[in-house]
Design a protein around this ligand. Structure first.
Ligand code: FAD
Length: 396
């Protein structure tokens, strides 16, 4: 435990920051805990942004905790203020309002932003992305009058958004660069089946549809594809991945690759500075998922408060629900180079699909489409490297 003079500065206001602040307070009842976020909302469940896009709940409903929770825990929250520089020698942070804050321990939990590909026309008004409540509100407003939409990106978030737009009565076309939906998680058969489900719910998927330019003047009106074809739409949403917020750390001289590099204790290479959640990269990887952000936040907070816990995080599963179906995928999908898998595939007449990928006799990955009841068992089985006999017994 730190002394009562300790000041913990947690930069960011997402799930990682909230968990870090909570776990600092749990380990140190007396230290000053300050959380700084450039958003004007307390930490909220970001997945609600796609899940509530069609229904449009009030953003206040997305909050993880209300103000009283922070007050009870003596966590000071500075809203609407951006950390603009970090001086690791002086151990201080400057905010956008020019105020300076000294810290004993600093936790970087600044998350990520939507990655927009550098296409001509990408910054035109009328190009949307969905990461924050402000984006959600802008999108909800434009959805009101829209009849057609293009969603660029056939990953899980793009498809969730496409499903929500479709549920709101908008005719949606998804542009996927490659030949498969959710290419990191699905095999070709599962992608094909999901594609059929999407088509039958009214979402049209275009494969090998690489965007070349956002057309329209002055406002975005459509996308020109590399094939030369142009498709117009009332609403254009890019869902082409997330890029970690690394600039603050980079200008402070911290080691940064695609994320802020951390060791197993979630320490950066600057003394007393930790990083967690979507902005952090451990062992070259950042899954950019809620469960990872929460787990990292907890550990970064407790280590900042004097602990020495080691970060361990299993490959997280994907859950998707939309187009009248459910999908679960974990681990290998048969595409890793240089690896050989044995695969058991079953498909039911109702359109359900199951693929189990074994590597050296142990379950390395699983995909379920339609009937996902066995997801919990299969997640355990992949993490526990269960043998084929153990998996079959569990599924019987
Ligand atoms: C639309 C959407 C749906 C998703 N759905 C799922 C899902 O279903 N399941 C799942 O596991 N994951 C989902 N995710 C991913 C998940 O939301 C993220 O992994 C998680 O929110 C990361 O938490 P974080 O706290 O690390 O970062 P963030 O949530 O990005 O929070 C970082 C916060 O810090 C603020 N900030 C940034 N820079 C500064 C600065 N310099 N100073 C002050 N504040 C700053 C940001 O504005 C933000 O509020 C979804 C993401 C999105 C965008």
């Amino acid at each position: 435990m730190q002394s009562s003079q300790t000041t913990f500065l947690v930069l960011g206001g997402g799930v990682a920051a909230m968990n870090a602040a909570q776990s600092i307070r749990g380990a140190d009842p007396d230290g000053r805990v300050v959380m700084v976020t450039n958003e004007s909302f307390l930490p909220y469940y970001r997945p609600m942004l796609t899940k509530q896009l069609a229904k449009g709940a009030e953003p206040a409903k997305f909050l993880v905790h209300d103000e009283s929770w922070y007050a009870d825990k003596k966590i000071e929250v500075v809203l609407g203020s951006e950390a603009v520089s970090l001086d690791t020698s002086a151990k201080s942070v400057t905010l956008s309002d020019k105020s300076q804050w000294s810290y004993s321990k600093c936790v970087l939990a600044v998350g990520a932003e939507c990655f927009l590909p550098p296409l001509p026309g990408i910054s035109k008004p009328g190009v949307y992305a969905l990461r924050k409540i402000d984006d959600f509100q802008r999108l909800r407003a434009v959805m009101e009058g829209a009849k057609t939409a293009i969603v660029v990106g056939g990953g899980a978030l793009g498809l969730e958004a496409a499903d929500a737009l479709c549920a709101a009565g908008i005719s949606v076309t998804v542009f996927e660069n490659g030949g498969r939906l959710m290419p990191r998680q699905l095999d070709g058969d599962a992608s094909e089946l999901l594609s059929q489900k999407l088509e039958s719910s009214g979402i049209h998927v275009r494969y090998e549809a690489a965007s070349e330019e956002v057309v329209g003047d002055p406002k975005a009106e459509g996308i020109k594809l590399k094939s030369g074809e142009t498709l117009l739409a009332d609403l254009i949403l890019f869902s082409t991945g997330a890029a970690a917020n690394v600039n603050l750390a980079k200008s402070a001289g911290l080691a940064v690759e695609r994320g802020i590099v951390v060791n197993e204790y979630l320490e950066t290479d600057a003394a007393d500075v930790y990083a967690c959640g979507d902005c952090a990269q451990y062992h070259g990887v950042s899954y950019k998922l809620m469960s990872e952000a929460a787990a990292m936040g907890k550990l970064a907070g407790s280590n900042a408060a004097g602990g020495k816990g080691v970060y361990e995080f299993p490959a997280p599963p994907l859950y998707f629900s939309g187009a009248g179906t459910s999908l679960f995928a974990v681990g290998a999908n048969g595409t890793a180079q240089g690896k050989t898998y044995e695969v058991d595939k079953t498909g039911a007449a109702d359109g359900s699909y199951r693929a189990l990928y074994y590597e050296d006799g142990a379950l390395a990955g699983a995909i379920l489409l339609g009937d996902t009841k066995a997801s919990g068992k299969l997640e355990k089985a992949v993490q526990g490297h269960w043998s084929r006999a153990e998996v079959e017994a569990a599924l019987r």
